[in-house]
Design a binder for this molecule. Structure first.
Ligand code: 2AM
Length: 177
């Protein structure tokens, strides 16, 4: 199955982020319950490996991490997704490293990529950006919300469908527990 490990967006950030998304059109807005910060994207993972990751994640020994949303960004020259940047606080970067090591201990190979923490807000068909969306981006370029504490790390299954990805939580670990 396709899987990743992420922090669900802390409750205190859900309302302000959903309010920001209200002004977004020109694409598929990520539903509030799916908002997250990916710590490690795993790709295709075997069921027995998933079980080992779940087991280790449920026993993770780490402290809550501060989440500050800071500015707007996008992926792709033709903007296939729009996101809020997350400040790469030392605690967050360290947690991403720890989670990656858990996945590797269980036998996955986590793609070697720079960790660029973000919260995807909108996915769209790549192509020209409408004036409305350009205005939204300009208006929100200096958005800063937080810090709020994230205290839950979740292993998700991701199924890609025509109407967007479906995320199913498979296991969770509590930070600071
Ligand atoms: P995105 O939101 O920027 O698309 C589930 O797909 C999660 O894993 C999403 O947060 C997605 O980021 C991220 N993701 C998908 N493919 C990825 C890849 N190849 N490398 C890193 N992260 C990826």
């Amino acid at each position: 199955m396709r899987a990743f490990i992420a922090l669900p967006l802390p409750d205190a950030l859900l309302e302000p982020v959903a309010a920001l998304q209200d002004g977004l059109e020109d694409g598929r807005v990520v539903p509030e319950e799916d908002l997250h910060i990916t710590l490690a994207f795993l790709g295709e993972v075997r069921g027995d490996v998933i079980a080992d990751i779940a087991d280790m994640l449920e026993r993770i020994d780490a402290m809550p991490v501060p989440i500050t949303l800071d500015g707007v960004g996008g992926f792709g020259d033709d903007l296939r997704s729009l996101h809020l940047h997350v400040q790469p606080a030392g605690e967050l970067v360290a947690l991403a490293g720890k989670v990656k090591r858990i996945a590797e201990m269980a036998g996955t190979t986590v793609p070697r990529r720079r960790f660029t923490p973000h919260v995807t807000l909108l996915r769209r068909t790549p192509g020209p950006v409408s004036p409305n969306l350009n205005r939204w981006i300009a208006d929100h370029a200096h958005t800063k919300i937080g810090p709020e504490w994230a205290d839950e790390v979740v292993l998700y299954q991701s199924d890609l469908t025509k109407s967007g990805p479906i995320y199913t939580p498979l296991a969770e670990g509590w930070l600071g527990a």
